[in-house]
Design a protein around this ligand. Structure first.
Ligand code: DGL
Length: 280
């Protein structure tokens, strides 16, 4: 079997995977969440690179010819290095790794009317300035204001999706973002964990008197970008097997993963996950 590998530091990648599987149900998939080492958002460049590289190599070893980094932090800190230095040196240099930042930026430029875009993301993603650089390549005259939200992911990973503590954090961060640029009309959810709290984000925007602001999750832009990639690369498309199956792996607690994944994937099927050990 030659599945598409989907990798995230934890649960967030499910928000991307849900859309990918909806659009492209015919392929086989392996989802790997490194919940045991999440969050990545406050980790050093070296750590994020080494964990991501390890995960990509494991997914390759499991048969995936193509891996999607369904994680902004990993895309920001590790993708370029893996593409430029790791892949060419491998025994099979035809395998590929894709990220989430470029498809998001390509889409957001068409969504904003005011040209003022907000970004909420992890500290690692914000400090990498990857979004600023991608946006600068693509379109002139757009203004990006970023806000690092370091507490959102730990609260989401711990399953406290509707806690007052999380709501307070969200309110504090969104208020600060909108105070920094009151003309923002579109906010990129620049962390794949954030769509898990979309209704909380909408509720807070209402309370801040900004119900008109568009929240932009990444699932659709990433899934359509993948579809387009596969159309443009028939040699890759033909390698991927079409059994419509998914295997879930987590390096964290299997029962919590299964509970959250079943809830979040929104399918009637119950999700079974297997524990993955990194070994030595
Ligand atoms: N979901 C990830 C992202 O898109 C990483 C969150 C984390 O591990 O801090 O950035």
């Amino acid at each position: 079997m030659y599945p598409i590998g989907i990798f995230d530091s934890g649960f967030g990648g499910l928000s991307i995977f849900r859309e990918i599987r909806r659009l492209l149900p015919q392929y086989d998939y392996i989802f790997l969440g490194d919940n045991g080492r999440a969050p990545y958002g406050d980790r050093s460049f070296e750590e994020v690179f080494s964990f991501t590289n390890q995960a990509v190599r494991r997914l390759f070893a499991m048969g995936c010819p193509l891996v999607i980094l369904a994680c902004n932090t990993a895309s920001a800190k590790a993708l370029r290095n893996i593409q430029q230095h790791e892949l060419p040196a491998m025994d099979d240099p035809t395998r590929r790794v894709l990220g989430v930042i470029r498809p998001t930026v390509e889409r957001v430029a068409n969504l904003t009317y005011s040209g003022h875009i907000g970004l909420v993301a992890t500290r690692a993603t914000v400090s990498s300035r990857s979004y600023d650089m991608e946006l600068a390549h693509l379109a002139n005259g757009l203004r990006l204001t970023a806000r690092a939200c370091p507490l959102w992911v730990p609260l989401i990973e711990s399953g406290r999706l509707t806690s007052p503590e999380l709501k307070e954090e969200v309110k504090r961060d969104l208020s600060a973002l909108l105070a920094a640029d009151p003309d923002i009309d579109t906010i990129i959810l620049g962390c794949t964990h954030y769509p898990l709290i979309t209704s909380l984000l909408q509720q807070v925007l209402q309370e801040l008197d900004h119900p008109e602001i568009i929240l932009m999750p990444q699932g659709k832009p990433v899934s359509y970008a993948l579809q387009d990639y596969l159309r443009r690369h028939p040699e890759m498309e033909q390698r991927i097997t079409r059994g419509g199956s998914t295997q879930f792996f987590t390096t964290g607690d299997v029962a919590s993963f299964e509970r959250l994944a079943t809830l979040f994937m929104g399918h009637n099927e119950r999700i079974h996950a297997e524990r993955l050990e990194w070994g030595v």
